[in-house]
Write a protein that binds this ligand. Structure first.
Ligand code: HDD
Length: 657
């Protein structure tokens, strides 16, 4: 058990088997009837039990997060592969095999708490490291760049992507006028929009997406030497995505798709794993790049600045209580430890204000650090006192510094002994409301990203543009968007223009980008594994008698299998988990057919199941000489044995169809 789990254990309460009491501990004889003046009479004010129960219920909700409201979280542990003391003195990154408990919350950005998981959106990837030096929060996303450069524009950007204020439509979607109006009028968004329209924005699973710190931070080692740093999480299962049609259907069939996937994987013991890596640029090299390294709309191409892998995080425990843990966890980019500091990235600087500020309203006051999930595992002492919901009973008469009554304690700790001291960066300049000239190139990296895509990735981006801009009602905005993205690629913009019924853009000059950055392409960096992919096996009484043999070929490879039939029950000793009405093809990574169905309606449903898997480029396998499959055979990824199926499944999608 990690230190954090031990700490949480003290707060866990199991109500099972206990007597029902009020919050004052009074056992109650009845919990079903309010106290009334006569059987049919009015309820009495003296019914303290009714009042307490109802009052608590009436106050059960807290404001949802203004962004990233929809999320899901898990506990785990981070372990270093090597000692990184040459670059940072942060103790949790020093030493080999150093372990630190973590809590990670994944999220979508735009939707409300109850919105669907598989919408097109950036995903949040926030990690709290409970280190011995205090909590360190790495609050990142699954896309390495951001829509804006300066935090003062964050409220504008978020207002534009959230449901429109007059009618609160649409939920959890960027495909509407205000978002695209913002994009067209704030062209710094170009690069991130390209990522947002790529497959990155519809991940297959939280377990199969990268994480990025996005902003530029600083690492400082014990000698005081500093590097600029960008953080990366790389999933061991590789980066995989849904296809758009599938994502939309899942939003209806199983709006909890990602949440369920994460939960189920951890319950099965298929613990999600991610490697932590850093890109480093020394202080001397700050100005050696064609982009400004403080600009959050820019990546540091991995080919130019390689990622150094420091360790691995494993998520191995689900929460016990969603509200107490997932909902109440409070992340903040300003929660740092010695060895980690900030850069002057103007987006990061604004974030440093916003996170604590938002917790004050969301968690109802300044004592949210005392909530079990937010407590550091090391002791904390200062002279802060009182406020709503204060738990700590600070004893003694002193709550100020300096003092002699408590021998001048709690005392500041010198830097040499582990006290946090900010990096002494030299700053000069005028006070201005302005943006540096070096932040003004908005299209070079948008084009770099585009040129780095494979053909199928490019097609998906064009399709996504056509969908999103096609949903924009205002023709002028459509035109502006098309004209804007002509600066990335004229062919792209022209195709979108055609699809959305707008005149093609005038030819404009595109940035002179020759190179590509293959590391940004998912397709060029496949991790071909079938581990934990989910397969539907279609069965009936007519299935061959060797079901067990087939299933063990799959389970040996750690494939997750569900049996689908026309009705539930037991077949050859195995439970038929789902029927065509309780599940859907879109919820699986591949389909294996062992039977045809006598009932024509059931056969129709089975055909639809296969057709959808086929249309979504998934692996389809079959054992029998089944006539219904014949239309698909000899197509890529449609295979006739379980062994061939496993092999084809590792590719995940068969785009060549
Ligand atoms: Fe933020 C939440 C990630 C820019 C203001 N942000 C939030 C969460 C993630 C991010 C993952 C959810 C944390 C959780 O699970 O509780 N945010 C990012 C990234 C950004 C970014 C990677 C760009 C580099 N954010 C950003 C800016 C501002 C904020 C520029 C404001 C100046 N973000 C917030 C917030 C939230 C938040 C309003 C809402 C809930 C919360 O903080 O706890 O303060």
């Amino acid at each position: 058990m990690t230190e954090k789990q031990q700490q949480l254990e003290a707060f866990r309460v199991n109500d099972k088997g206990q007597a029902l009491t009020t919050n004052q501990g009074l056992k109650m004889a009845d919990d079903e009837h309010s106290l009334k003046a006569g059987d049919r009479g009015p309820t009495l004010l003296e019914d303290f039990h009714f009042r307490e129960k109802m009052t608590h219920f009436d106050h059960e909700r807290i404001p949802e997060r203004v962004v990233h409201a929809r999320g899901s979280a898990a506990h785990g542990v981070f372990e270093t592969y090597e000692c990184a003391s040459d670059i940072t003195k942060a103790k949790f990154l020093n030493g080999k095999n150093t372990t630190t408990p973590v809590f990670v919350r994944f999220s979508t950005v735009a939707g409300s708490r109850g919105s669907a998981d598989t919408v097109r959106d950036v995903r949040g990837f926030a990690t709290k490291f409970y280190t011995e030096e205090g909590n360190y929060d790495l609050v990142g996303n699954n896309i390495p760049v951001f829509f804006i450069q300066d935090a003062i524009k964050f409220p504008d950007f978020i207002h534009s992507v959230k449901p429109e204020p007059n009618n609160e439509i649409p939920q959890a979607q960027s495909a509407h006028d205000t978002f695209w109006d913002f994009v067209a009028n704030n062209q710094e968004s170009a690069h991130t929009v390209m990522w947002h329209l790529s497959d990155r924005a519809i991940p297959r699973s939280y377990r199969m997406m990268e994480g990025f710190g996005v902003n530029t931070y600083r690492f400082i080692n014990a000698e005081g030497k500093a590097h600029f740093v960008k953080f990366h999480w790389k999933p061991l299962l590789g980066v995989k995505s849904l296809v758009w049609d599938e994502a939309q259907k899942i939003a209806g069939k199983d709006p909890d798709f990602h949440r369920r996937d994460l939960w189920d994987a951890i319950e099965r013991g298929d613990y999600p794993e991610y490697e932590l890596g850093v890109q480093l640029i020394s202080e001397e090299d700050e100005f050696k790049f064609s982009f400004d390294i403080l600009d959050a709309t820019k990546i540091w191409p991995e080919e130019e600045v390689p990622v150094r892998i420091l360790g691995k995080m494993t998520l191995n425990k689900n929460v016990d209580n969603f509200f107490a843990e997932t909902e109440q966890v409070a992340f903040h980019v300003g929660h740092v430890v010695p060895g980690i500091d900030f850069s002057n990235d103007p987006l990061l600087q604004g974030r440093l204000f916003s996170y604590t500020d938002t917790q004050l309203i969301r968690l109802g006051g300044p004592n949210f650090h005392e909530l079990p999930i937010n407590r550091p595992v090391c002791p904390f002492h200062n002279n802060q006192r009182d406020g709503y919901g204060r738990h700590t009973i600070n004893v003694g008469q002193v709550s100020y510094h300096k003092n002699s009554l408590a021998n001048n304690t709690p005392r500041p700790v010198p830097e040499e002994e582990g006290g946090y001291a900010h990096y002494e960066e030299k700053i000069e300049g005028r006070k201005v409301r302005a943006r540096s000239e070096s932040f003004k190139d908005h299209f070079s990296q948008a084009r770099l990203f585009w040129l780095s895509m494979t053909d199928i990735e490019k097609k998906h981006i064009i399709d996504a543009f056509s969908f999103e801009v096609g949903k924009v009602k205002n023709k002028h905005i459509r035109k502006q968007v098309v004209d804007m993205f002509a600066h990335v690629c004229n062919t792209l913009a022209t195709k979108v223009a055609e699809n959305v019924g707008i005149e093609p853009p005038a030819k404009v000059e595109v940035p002179n980008i020759q190179q590509t950055s293959p590391s940004v392409s998912q397709e060029l960096n496949p991790v071909e594994t079938v581990k934990t992919l989910k397969v539907a096996v279609l069965v009936s009484e007519k299935s061959p008698q060797n079901l067990q043999e087939l299933l063990s070929i799959f389970t040996k490879e750690n494939i997750v299998v569900e049996l689908i039939g026309s009705k539930q029950g037991i077949l050859q000793g195995h439970e038929i988990n789902q029927t065509f009405s309780t599940t859907a093809s879109v919820l699986y990574d591949g389909v294996y057919l062992t039977t045809s169905y006598d009932d024509t309606h059931q056969q129709k449903l089975a055909d639809h199941f296969i057709q959808e898997a086929f249309d979504h480029f998934k692996t389809v396998g079959y054992t029998e000489n089944i006539t219904s499959i014949q239309q698909f055979t000899r197509k890529d990824g449609v295979v006739k044995s379980p062994e061939a199926f496993v092999q084809a499944l590792a590719q995940h999608r068969h785009w060549e169809r």
